[in-house]
Design a protein around this ligand. Structure first.
Ligand code: NAD
Length: 457
């Protein structure tokens, strides 16, 4: 029997020791899901929606406890845990409001006794391997529309958000989703490897580009629908005409929210030389105002780093930036433990020779680079293997649109950042992934369009 030890990243304390899956239990669970799928697909859409409506109510009823669980196992500041759960409610509402229209069979031609229709059928058995940084968001983006559209789900939460994943299953089952229509697989990468080896109809993965590439390689010969929502190195450009204080405050929040552990964290800032010094000063002032502390404390803004090995990535980026001439303005070191802590860190005078400006940091650290024109900013923003989000701060809408039209990113922001809407597709260019979640496209993605040619005899 495998076990998974769950630790609180803020204290290092053991929270729980849970039974984990292995290759043979994964195979058994996959077979159960396969057997359950036709019956779940046969449940009326109204009844499937009623289950998800009850799930929403259960989240509301238990919100404080669910937030505390997520905070204990991920180190996310408690207010942000509640924000995530409250944000999920809006996403559920969107899916409930839109799913009917997405499943209507379309008649696209009807003439001379010939009718052509498009029917939207479920994929079947959907595998969802998930990340820990926003477990309710990134999990819910997949399993809620997947279940609504008649799929069954094999859900592998991150090993750093296991208790949260088990809570999702408990609430879904209590809301009427059959036990075998949503099955949790507990464990780390080895359980993800076992899951991808099963007979599945879709793999929906959220995590690092490195793991995503391994999954893509494994599934390539299998003709399994694959979606990968991966990391980023998201840039923002602050133009000469921007409101310096507003931009600095918004971008410091965008860089450091959730302790910098968001897929769409601001990871690079480019600032026009005419306002560079004023912007850097305002940015550092904002970062210094962020309260670092116990994640379960109401006034904490910067919590723990969830995964201990990430501390080494952050230290290496700091050392590399310093060695190549960057100016360290605040932070730059681990903070005393127990637990995993890193000081909010800001560098100026950075450039693209530095890892800090090239590879995902996934922590409370940022580099601010001086530019002399919009053209230079665009060139630098696109100098990356990633392409999740990008932003521009300027009062000039035409200028912002001209810049953002040239940037390779799935999502672009004018005078905002680090923002996700259920109404808009969430997708990446380059190594930020393939496929999408959210929006009506993020419902359709769990269906297969079946083409009907019907001739009256
Ligand atoms: P990770 O790649 O380490 O792990 C993700 C999941 O994959 C976990 O459940 C893990 O157990 C599993 N896994 C690990 N190795 C595997 C393998 N060989 N085969 C199958 N499964 C395997 O990523 P993480 O640390 O959990 O998440 C952080 C990353 O996720 C960051 O890069 C972040 O940017 C990205 N992310 C992206 C989005 C998005 O929407 N684009 C959202 C959230 C997080």
């Amino acid at each position: 029997m495998n076990h998974l030890a769950i630790h609180n990243p803020a204290t290092g304390a053991l929270i729980a020791d849970v039974t984990a899956d292995n290759a043979s239990t994964v195979a058994i669970k996959a077979a159960r899901a396969r057997a359950a799928q036709p019956a779940w697909a046969a449940v009326s859409l109204a009844d499937r929606k009623a289950c998800i409506t009850r799930f929403r109510a259960a989240i509301v009823a238990e919100l404080d406890g669910l937030a505390a669980t997520m905070t204990a196992e991920t180190g996310k500041p408690i207010k942000m845990s509640r924000n995530e759960l409250n944000g999920l409610l809006g996403r559920i509402d969107f899916f409930l409001a839109e799913v009917d229209a997405q499943l209507v069979t379309e008649t696209v031609y009807a003439e001379g006794g010939m009718t052509e229709q498009i029917q939207h059928t479920p994929l079947g058995v959907v595998a969802n391997i998930s990340a820990w940084n926003y477990p309710w968001f990134v999990g819910g983006n997949v399993y809620i529309p997947a279940l609504l559209t008649g799929n069954v789900v094999l859900y592998k939460p991150s090993e750093f958000a296991t208790q949260t994943g088990l809570a999702m299953a408990r609430l879904l089952h209590a809301s009427g989703i059959p036990d075998d229509a949503f099955i949790v697989l507990v464990g780390g990468g080895d359980v993800g490897v076992a899951l991808q080896a099963q007979k599945i109809d879709g793999m929906f993965f959220t995590g690092s580009a490195a793991t995503g590439a391994k999954i893509a390689q494994f599934l390539a010969p299998r003709m399994v629908k694959l979606q990968l929502e991966l990391g980023g190195k998201d840039p923002t450009y602050v133009c000469a005409d921007a409101n310096v204080k507003n931009a600095a405050e918004s971008l410091a929040d965008g860089a450091m929210y959730n302790t910098g552990q968001s897929c769409c964290s601001v990871e690079r800032v480019y600032v026009h030389e005419s306002i560079y010094d004023a912007f850097v000063a305002a940015f550092v002032d904002t970062v210094k105002s962020f309260k670092v502390g116990a994640p379960d404390s109401e006034d904490t803004y910067i919590g723990a780093i969830t995964r201990a090995p990430q501390l080494e990535v952050l230290e290496a980026q700091v050392a590399d930036a310093k060695a190549k001439g960057a100016t360290l303005l605040v932070g730059g070191t681990r903070l005393p433990g127990p637990g995993n802590w890193f000081a909010p860190t800001v560098f100026s005078n950075v450039n693209h020779s530095m890892e800090l400006m090239r590879e995902e940091s996934f922590g409370p650290i940022i580099g601010i680079q001086k530019v002399s024109s919009d053209e230079e900013a665009v060139q630098l923003m696109n100098d990356t293997r990633y392409g999740l989000t990008a932003g521009v701060f300027t009062p000039d809408e035409a200028r912002a649109k001209a810049v953002l039209a040239q940037v390779n990113a799935g999502t672009v922001y004018w005078n905002c950042c680090d923002r996700v809407s259920p109404r808009l597709p969430w997708s990446g260019h380059g190594d930020s992934g393939v496929g999408l979640t959210l929006s009506t496209y993020g419902i359709q993605t769990f269906t297969r369009p079946k083409a009907w040619h019907l001739r009256q005899a």
